[in-house]
Design a protein around this ligand. Sequence first.
Ligand code: DGL
Length: 267
Amino acid sequence: MPVKQLLIFDSGVGGLSIFQEVIKRVTNINCYYLSDNAYFPYGELDENALISRLTELLQRFVEKHPVDMIVIACNSASTVALTALRAFFSIPIVGVVPAIKPANLMTTNGIIGLVATPATINREYTQKLVNEFARDKSVLKLGSTQLVKIAEQKLQGKVVDLDAIKAVFQPWLSLNNKPDTLVLGCTHFPLLKTEISECFNDQIQLVDSGEAIANRVVALLGGAKSEGKIQQKADYDAFYTLTDEKQLLLESTFLKLNFKSFSLFEA
Ligand code: DGL
């Protein structure tokens, strides 16, 4: 099977939670990872500004680095721009949206917590998902940029402040009837799974979209890993849009994940 080239895209390191799920399942797929840290955090951008930025940046990127598929590994971007991006590009585009549907099947007390960026929480698309897939449940919503920043700091090698994470979840931690299932509706949040679970004394089920997205990529591009098959050595290259101190601290994380380059994409 010919080697396919995938682009995984996010505002920052959140897409790495998707990247890790994808590489568990595929062979014969090389990966570009692009983080638009110049416009981070996406969860606080105006919708039209975000759509224009995504279209322009992705167009410039694929002109220079052709790909077979784009994964928008960002809920804040996917929930507003998927339709526009699919109309603009002829390349297949996979997006990530909050995992409300599986959470609806997992909850036993009927209370689901949705934690995402402020943008994703307020999107019409997100409300439609709730109406369609969890109409009979109570869905509590929490928007946090703080949690996105903590995930970035963790991957920059900084110590994670558990109290800061607890403070984010305080509105739910103080409830008598807490959610038993938490939808991690931002790709940054699976990077803090252990810490988030600890805030709830490990008495909570966490659900994200990583596995579903990875399965979708395999279904569309092929290259599923199968036992006994010799895996090729894949090429992973990471790009970012702004050189600053925080970004440079991430280099070792990318190298540990087997990226062979980590460089500026001038956009
Ligand atoms: N990782 C992103 C998401 O899934 C966005 C975080 C941000 O830039 O605000 O929403």
